[in-house]
Write a protein that binds this ligand. Sequence first.
Ligand code: CA
Ligand code: CA
Length: 448
Amino acid sequence: MRHRFPGAALVALSLLVTPGAAAAAPADAGGPVPRPVERFARQTLPAGDGWAADGVGTTGGSAADQVHLVRTRAELVDALGGDNATNRTNATPKVIVVDGVIDGFEAADGGLLGCADLADPEYSQAAYLTAYDPAVWGMVPPTGPLEAARVRSVANQTKQTQINVGPNTTIVGLRGATLTGLTLMIDTANNVILRNLTFDDARDCFPAWSPTDGTTGNWNSQYDQVSVRRSEHVWVDHNTFTDGDNPDSAQPVYFGRPYQVHDGSLDITHTASLVTASYNRFVGRDKLMLIGSSNTVGPDVGRLKVTLHHNMFDRVLQRLPRVRFGQVDVYNNWYRLSGEGFEYAVGVGVQSAAYVENNHFTLAAGIAAEDLLYDWGGTAVTTRGNWVRADGDRARPVDLVAAYNATHDPDLGTDAGWTPALRHGQVLPAPLVPLVVGALAGANRLPL
Ligand code: CA
Ligand code: CA
């Protein structure tokens, strides 16, 4: 059977360039931001567009009196309220437009700090690699003065490269806007919008050796590109997440494991909920999106509700996403997966309820449909309307759960127990997804 839906693609394209409802707000007289940019920066999440549209919806900083144009880390921190240590609680509506590249390692004088500038005087990587080598130290967690110095170094870096975002905030980028070497931390901050930004290489100068992580130990890093914790109503739209010229694949190997300087791209944890991530492009990272960070049956129950639609997962390796507890709607995403290091796409974790519909999986040699789900202690996942194009094969419909169950035990059930109601516009048939998502997902694709 042939599937051709050019009309649907045109509808999707026209929906995309239709702005969301702009909030009524006074003009920013005399401001430095052109009116079309201001109109874009004040857009709010369209009604019904995923979990972030639930209830009161997501308006970000659209009610702000003025729009801030920022070009440096210091200007970004100023626009967020003036003090990175307290900005997390600044609920004044604010719209921030990023111009150019802002580096989390920028010092107050505009110069760039290096890892050595953030290291505690008693820490050195060379000393750490010598002291905690499993051949010397054994496979037990590092302790003692050198580990304490590493922890102090992490605290130094957090003050510098973790940028804290308060409630009622919109941050958008002009064409080419890039946030490099920093984490946007959305913690106890409801109603936040992030659009048209490139997040580049949020990196940890002081990774921790965790000898009891897995069978061989692992290096673990602290910094996500965007972290959402204890917050709701967050819309992450048309951004690119990349590690640029510092990919995971280029990291050295110490103690037989990759020296991992990156954590998640967009991690949603600690009872966060009502998040919509749409039209983002995630490139070349190992761990992408953790939804729920603990198996503890506690405050995460009933939370962690996330919608992922029209995102591109491009040569990324795992957690696409990994879900615990939440009702997570995963539709119309394009997964273009390459074989080297690939682990799985959707992780079915404890009490998770993922609904995976009309996605398209383009698979390199070495990846099969049975590899796309992973059972992290869950019981069921709804999958329908998905297509797979295996290497050297035609695209064809796939039953992801049946493919998984045929080669794994215990089997996963096929009913996650809910049906998504919050969707905006038409759900595309899976064969059209690469065309639409490939053209439109990521930063620098909106008509600005
Ligand atoms: Ca994380
Ligand atoms: Ca089985």
